[in-house]
Structure formats: structure tokens, C-alpha cells
Write a protein that binds this ligand. Structure first.
Ligand SMILES: Nc1ncnc2c1ncn2[C@@H]1O[C@H](COP(=O)(O)OP(=O)(O)O)[C@@H](O)[C@H]1O
Ligand code: SF4
Ligand SMILES: [Mg+2]
Length: 332
């Protein structure tokens, strides 16, 4: 059976000018990423800020046009589908954002924010049907019908995210790209939103690309996880396998950085030196080598590691991924 969404070697590069002389340069935000999402499943997408997660998420929906590669939706090549032919598919692929406040029109009532999605796709026959659907959607995401006439600023962050979810749900999508939907929320609220998304998935069979920088939250919701570093997927695996034994040194560092569940204890920081290098000028060879604790000189700094399948569905882009000393190293 065809995957719901499939990306084959998708790259998204941005041409920019920089410096005093306006030199042209290319930001390689996404590089040859291949992945798929099946109906009703969640693929978690994890990596530090600047790794290209948002660019990839938007490219998959063609909200940004990829520079190269192929996109398929239910087996159909949509890479170069003209706008008019893409429109009915837009309904099937929705997005929710980190900051619902920025993505919700502050001058619109919540009922109209949700209703607008129905209008655009002509999903309600008349006013009454529209109002009923809006009320049902707001109730489904845990808001009260009497809150429908309020404006976004009258809600808390978690409630605003519920509005964003109701808006996405209005058009009965098959896939939702959730771009860090809980990163800006209090920890106590995060779990509520994740639970809501999980319930909706169970009920409606929606698939998610769930973007986050916190591996812990992703573990909770994802069937599979892809770890991204500097525009590339460096490890992809079923959640269980990834959390039991992450193979890529970057994935291992991310996992070690999972915050303590007990808030009175100090949060663990990322056990890595420095920041993500600039995608304007990525390091040669394995892009992770300047920060990698086990980089091999002469190889890691010259040869780009290919993504290899080490176990069913478990792919890793590291020259040393099957090195016994790595596998033996104690994990937290
Ligand atoms: N429109 C753009 N023009 C130029 N560079 C961009 C653009 N959008 C994103 N980038 C760059 O691409 C890289 C990846 O960004 P992004 O996809 O937002 O990463 P993430 O979501 O993982 O934080 C960053 O270096 C960012 O500065
Ligand atoms: S390829 Fe080399 S530098 Fe890259 S993650 Fe593996 S060991 Fe580290
Ligand atoms: Mg982002």
C-alpha cells in the first residue's frame, strides 16, 4: 500500500545575499531528506533549533517549494502539481504552529477563525450547519461553547493551541504537521495538548509529523522518530528502538539532555560543545564531526556518511554506528 506521504531526497535551499558586498550564498536548510508517514501514525521530528525542522515540515506540504526531490501523497506525485490541482489536497494536509497567537487573527472571534476554514473549503451548506460544526469542533478540543465569541487574547496559551487544533480539524485532514505545538506551553499544559492530539488520532486516524526539540515528549506520542542535524536526517527508527539504543552520537546527546521529570532537580543540558553550525557553510564530511566525541580524523571530516539500515526500519548516518565500543557505551 502507498504511504500517506512520502518524501524522496527532498532538498530545500534558500538563495541569500550577505556581507557588505552582497555576495550570493546558499542556505542548505534541508538536504536530501527521505521519509514517509503512514495513515494514522505519528512521526516525531527532533533536532536543535536551526536544524531545518520547520523548513522540512513546510516543504512537505509545499508551503515552501522544495529545491529538489519528489513528494508523493497517497502514491501520487505532487511535487509539481499546479496550485489549482493542489488546492483540494491542502485540505488533507494541515499545520499547527508553536505560537498559536501569531497564527490566529487577533481581530477575529474564535468561532470565525474555525468557521473560516469551513468557508474556504465550502464545507457547510448554510449558516446553521456552519455554527453547529464550529461548536462541535470547539467542544471536541475541550473549549466551552460560550467561549466561541471570544477573541484569541482572551485565552491562555494552551487554550489558544486548542483553537489552532480546532481550526486544523475543521477540514477533516488526513495529516497534520505540528510544528513544536507545545514548546511554548507550561509543562503541565503540554501533556494535556499531547493527550488531546493522541485522542484525536485514535478517533479520526489522523497522521502527524510532530516536530519538537524535546525527545521526551516525542517519545510519548511518536510511533517512529527521525532525528535531524543540519538539514539531514541522521537517524530514523521505531520509537522503542531509538530510545532503547540510539546509534547516532547526536541522537545519544539529545537523549542525555532530556530534562529531569522532577522540577526540583537541575535540568540536564545538552552534552555537546557549541551550537549547530551554519547551513550556509556546513562542515565537510559528516556535518556533526566538529562536535562529535568519537569523530575519526581523516574519515569523518571528509566522507559524508550514508544513511544505512542497521535493523528493520532503523537507519543511521554514522561511519561508526555499528562500532561495538559505541554499542557497549552505557546509556543514561
Ligand atoms: N526563508 C529563509 N531564508 C533563508 N534562510 C532560512 C529561511 N528559512 C529558514 N532559514 C534557515 O534555514 C535553517 C533551518 O531553519 P528552520 O527550518 O527554521 O530550523 P528549525 O525549525 O529546526 O529551527 C536556519 O539556518 C534558518 O536560518
Ligand atoms: S560519522 Fe563520525 S563524526 Fe559523524 S557522527 Fe559518526 S562518528 Fe561522529
Ligand atoms: Mg522551527
Amino acid at each position: 500500500m502507498a504511504h500517506l506521504l512520502e518524501a524522496e531526497k527532498i532538498s530545500t535551499h534558500f538563495d541569500v545575499t550577505r556581507g557588505a558586498f552582497g555576495e550570493r550564498a546558499t542556505v542548505r536548510a534541508v538536504n536530501e531528506v527521505s521519509l514517509h508517514i503512514d495513515p494514522g501514525e505519528t512521526l516525531g521530528l527532533v533536532g536543535e533549533s536551526g536544524c531545518g525542522k520547520s523548513t522540512l515540515g513546510r516543504s512537505l506540504l509545499r508551503l515552501i517549494e522544495p529545491t529538489a526531490g519528489v513528494l508523493r501523497f497517497e502514491g501520487r506525485d505532487i511535487t509539481r502539481l499546479p496550485a489549482a490541482a493542489l488546492r483540494p489536497l491542502r485540505r488533507q494536509m494541515q499545520m499547527i504552529f508553536q505560537d498559536p497567537y501569531a497564527s490566529l487573527n487577533p481581530r477575529m472571534r474564535v468561532s470565525d477563525i474555525v468557521g473560516e476554514a469551513l468557508d474556504i473549503h465550502q464545507l457547510a451548506a448554510n449558516r446553521r450547519e456552519r455554527d453547529e460544526r464550529v461548536m462541535a469542533l470547539l467542544t471536541r478540543v475541550g473549549l466551552r461553547p460560550d467561549q466561541a465569541s471570544r477573541y484569541p487574547h482572551e485565552f491562555s496559551g494552551g487554550q489558544r493551541q486548542r483553537v489552532g487544533i480546532a481550526r486544523a480539524l475543521a477540514v477533516s485532514p488526513r495529516l497534520i504537521v505540528a510544528d513544536e505545538p507545545i514548546s511554548a506551553l507550561d509543562v503541565s499544559i503540554q501533556a494535556q495538548i499531547v493527550n488531546l492530539l493522541r485522542d484525536l488520532q485514535d478517533e479520526l486516524g489522523i497522521a502527524y509529523l510532530f516536530v519538537a526539540h524535546d525527545l521526551k515528549i516525542v517519545q510519548w506520542i511518536s510511533h517512529r522518530v527521525a532525528v535531524m542535524y543540519l538539514g539531514r536526517v541522521v537517524e530514523e527508527a521505531p520509537s522503542k528502538a531509538l530510545y532503547a539504543l540510539p546509534r547516532h552520537p547526536y541522537a545519544r546527546a539529545l537523549l542525555r539532555a532530556v530534562p529531569e521529570p522532577d522540577p526540583t532537580r537541575k535540568r540536564r543540558r545538552l552534552a555537546l560543545e557549541g551550537d549547530v553550525p551554519s547551513p550556509l557553510n556546513p562542515p565537510a564530511g559528516c556535518a556533526f564531526h566538529p562536535r562529535c566525541p568519537i569523530a575519526e580524523r581523516g574519515r569523518c571530516d571528509t566522507e559524508v556518511p550514508a544513511l544505512r539500515e542497521l535493523a528493520p526500519g532503523h537507519r543511521v548516518a554514522c561511519h561508526r554506528a555499528d562500532d561495538p565500543s559505541i554499542l557497549a557505551a552505557a546509556m543514561p
